[in-house]
Design a protein around this ligand. Sequence first.
Ligand SMILES: [Cu+2]
Length: 176
Amino acid sequence: MSSLASPERVWWKPLTWDEKLWVTMAVVFALGLFAFMFIWMGVGKQNIPTETYRVSKEQFSQASQRMVDRYKVREESGVPVVSPPPGSDVYLVARTFQWAPILQLKKGQTYRLHLSSMDFQHGFSVQPGNLNLMVIPGYDFVATITPDKAGTFTVVCNEFCGLGHQAMVGKIIVTE
Ligand SMILES: [Cu+2]
């Protein structure tokens, strides 16, 4: 019958001073990390200025096509390379499984980079670099960017989008 007996009134061991100290330190540390999320948003310089608009796939691909028609300088394995004027709006189209066109930008100049997808959700990630943006069909995601390094940068998709996901590689060229 012992299993039916009620437990003693105080069945736990009260915390000793060192356990209380550890718990307090852990709570203070966790609150500090929590506060730092907000501090880092302000001082971390990790958030580039962005705007988002609704856009249809047709509107977005037409805007990109207009840019290609006006500023195409050459082609690289069938993908147009465009060199739009500094300060302008540039359009990068994501679709399974490619990024187009290839953007050729000038170092130190500011551009409004528009991103949208023609099918599924993709992830825009510049390598090498630290820029990760979500690309979603139906939305025109505008990031104001100023490339600060010259070179050839690879754009990879970092959102699994299908069987060709790992082949979804684009290019941004930054010239001096
Ligand atoms: Cu993708």
